[in-house]
Ligand binder design. Structure first.
Ligand SMILES: NC(=O)c1ccc[n+]([C@@H]2O[C@H](COP(=O)([O-])OP(=O)(O)OC[C@H]3O[C@@H](n4cnc5c(N)ncnc54)[C@H](O)[C@@H]3O)[C@@H](O)[C@H]2O)c1
Length: 420
């Protein structure tokens, strides 16, 4: 089988993490891609990725700074891991060029940016996949199987709460800027995707939002301390970021969600918490409830059924005899029916990114469709901005209004800055 000629476009933190994911996929026996290009206007970042790719694959991808140069290298597929402001400009162009395109979350910086990508995908023969990783965690697969099997009866309500962060920078300065993908979008799209994956489509959102910490602090500035640094790749950039900077994006949201199937959700995403930090995702149903571990932790699901002891071990699998992970996940995680796993975070991270690449490769080869398509990628962005639009207008908004761009007061200035 011919390998798919691939380039990584955007060679910062996630570009490097995707490289490690690709290497992990190949190590697991799924050698489906030939990484031929590393594209970034910051030459140092592209060179770094190319250097590390050479160590992993034995071949050094060509370093380029833009898509025209990439066309000369000759690619069939691109993996877009740029900062979110460029997702739509890059993805629309790559789809128009007929290159299969996998784009990191958030699919676009606003709903309008997503709709532009959605339209380009509809008009292209090339495949568009959204690299949304959390749902591919084997434990989230098990949670979905348990819900489908009706172990908690009919789902009634969701509690999703995450609180912490204080006034510290989350990974990078841009994650605190409204016009570059504030934290409620950056993290929120993951949760929106997970919640719809587990419970179906959200119909309405009502929220209050806040910007509690207008000055954020970067403990890693100057190379002294360490800050939020998933998979350990961000330190080299964080040392050169300012020690303090102004944040323009809201950092906390308190929301009520309703779902098309009648489920109600209480959602707190507070990235400015100074007290006891916590993370909760619970789903309560007509027979019982499940308490989920945080994404990519490998922790266990706890099932509570009235009158029974809590089930939080391999007995969960007895309740879903037909539950099997897909072939790529099995080869990466070493089992087709997992209820827990235990890897250091960077290893879990790259295994889950490898699953995204596996899904993308299978779709390119005509074996099925991608799991997270342009519709779902757009929905997740619409839910996250639905929370911000509701906070802005003080009223309940529907996700249909969000998708139709008929509610966009909050996003207007961002769209203007993008020229769309
Ligand atoms: N799924 C996850 O768990 C996860 C985690 C982190 C980041 N992300 C996503 O990955 C993307 C990148 O985030 P990051 O943390 O790597 O950011 P980053 O700032 O570390 O890196 C972004 C890179 O994109 C490059 N870039 C900007 N414009 C470009 C263009 N037009 N063409 C090519 N390269 C360009 C920058 O020079 C930089 O090297 C974001 O969309 C982010 O939300 C996802």
């Amino acid at each position: 089988m011919n390998k798919i000629r691939l380039a990584i476009v955007g060679c910062g933190g996630m570009g490097h993490r995707h490289l490690y994911g690709l290497a992990e996929l190949h190590r697991a026996g799924w050698e489906r891609f030939d990484l031929v290009g590393a594209c970034d206007p910051v030459a140092e970042n592209a060179e770094s990725l190319a250097e590390q790719a050479a160590e992993h694959f034995g071949n050094r991808p060509t370093v380029v700074s833009n898509l025209d140069e990439l066309a000369e290298v000759g690619v069939e597929a691109v993996d877009v891991t740029t900062t979110p402001r460029y997702h739509h400009t890059v993805a629309v162009e790559t789809l128009e060029r007929g290159w299969h395109t996998m784009v990191e979350k958030p699919m676009g910086l606003t709903v309008r940016a997503c709709n532009l990508i959605r339209q380009a995908a509809a008009e292209s023969d090339a495949i568009l996949s959204v690299a949304e990783n959390y749902r591919r965690d084997p434990i989230n697969r098990l949670a979905k199987a348990l819900l489908n099997a009706g172990v908690i009866g009919h789902p009634r309500f969701l509690i999703h709460h995450t609180v912490g962060g204080g006034d510290r920078m989350l990974i990078s300065v841009w994650r605190h800027q409204k016009d570059q993908s504030g934290v409620l979008l950056d993290v929120g799209v993951h949760y929106a995707d997970m919640i719809e994956y587990l419970l179906g489509e959200i119909e309405t959102v009502y929220a209050k939002t806040r910007l509690y910490e207008p000055i954020r602090k970067n403990p890693a500035a100057g190379g002294g301390g360490s800050g939020s640094n998933p998979a350990g790749v961000y330190g080299r950039w964080q040392k050169d970021m300012p020690a303090e900077f102004e944040a323009t994006a809201e950092d906390a949201a308190y929301a009520m969600l309703t779902f098309k199937n009648g489920v109600i959700g209480q959602y707190i995403e507070d990235h400015a918490g100074h007290g006891q930090g916590f993370w909760t995702r619970q789903i309560h149903g007509s027979r019982g409830s499940i308490d989920l571990p945080s994404d990519r932790s490998g922790g266990t699901i706890a099932l509570h059924i009235e009158g029974n002891e809590v089930v939080n071990d391999d007995r969960l699998l007895d309740l879903v005899p037909d539950f099997h992970l897909d072939a790529v996940t099995v080869d990466l995680f070493g089992g087709d029916r997992l209820w827990c796993y235990d890897f250091p975070f960077p290893e879990t991270d790259r295994k889950i990114i490898a699953i995204e690449y596996g899904d993308f490769a299978e779709a390119i080869s005509g074996k099925g469709t991608v799991e997270v398509d342009a519709e779902q990628g757009t929905r997740s962005v619409a839910v996250s901005y639905g929370i911000l639009e509701s906070g802005e207008t003080g009223r309940l908004v529907t996700i249909d209004e969000m998708l139709a761009e008929s509610v966009d007061a909050y996003q207007q200035s961002i769209n203007e800055s993008l020229g769309i």
